[in-house]
Design a protein around this ligand. Sequence first.
Ligand code: KIV
Length: 291
Amino acid sequence: MEFNVPTSYGSSPKGCPLNTPMSAPGVMARKGGEKLAMVTAYDYPTALLAAKSGMDIILVGDSLGMVVLGHDNTLSVTMDIMVHHCLAASKGAGNSLLVADLPFGSYQESTAQAVRNAARCLSQGHAQAVKLEGAAQVDAVRQMVSSGIPVQGHVGLTPQHVAAMGGFKVQGKTAQAAQRLLEDALRLQDAGCFSIVIEGVPSPVGAMITKELDIPTIGIGAGPHCDGQVLVMHDLLGLFDRFTPKFVKRYAELGSLAVEALQAYRDGVRTGQFPGPEHQFAMPEGEKEKL
Ligand code: KIV
């Protein structure tokens, strides 16, 4: 499917032309320029909404395990699930850069496993880049990048480490912990990442890492000084109610709107008001009488 959606980077001081498909180098060129807007999407309709709204980056996040599949955390998302959702999202992603999250267990075993699964996200999921959590796999990142796979890093609160962190907890609260996060981010940059997501850290830590890196940072619960922001679409649209992290701004309450619409449909069915004449097919003149 082809369509040109107006992108939000038309007026970028770095001069990215209107309606140009976003790319990993295009993201890097935005360091210190117009802020990058990134959102998750998990299938064709949600990616289409994101693309039509002019998102720079669409992430098929493993958060789909929670907000789409209803699990308590992201750990049960598999490569097959990721590829399935990514391919669907790719049909609607338009000019936005489509990034696939490498799921838990798909890149920790070896560099070969990581590169194979990252390549699968591109060849079968039609993603244009992958994201992985933490800095333990920098060798794999280096190998992916030299194989032509753009990689986005992710430091701070990394949900795939929920067991080790003892829950979804803010990271980098001490100067020493913040310094370790900066070192992780620098190692990822050195390995070739084109950008880094920073999640769940105090705002001064988000600012400090952003200042020290040459590549853009994209924050989620990391304060306003990052080079961009990312949110989970179901959180910002009010489609996920189980809990709302402090860093989420709910821009709409589509969940309640949907329930109202569904209730109206249910009532229409029960009272016989639906389907109305405008939703019915007529028979050619004279045929009805022969029934
Ligand atoms: O899986 C996800 O949605 C993410 C974002 C929160 C960055 O990793």
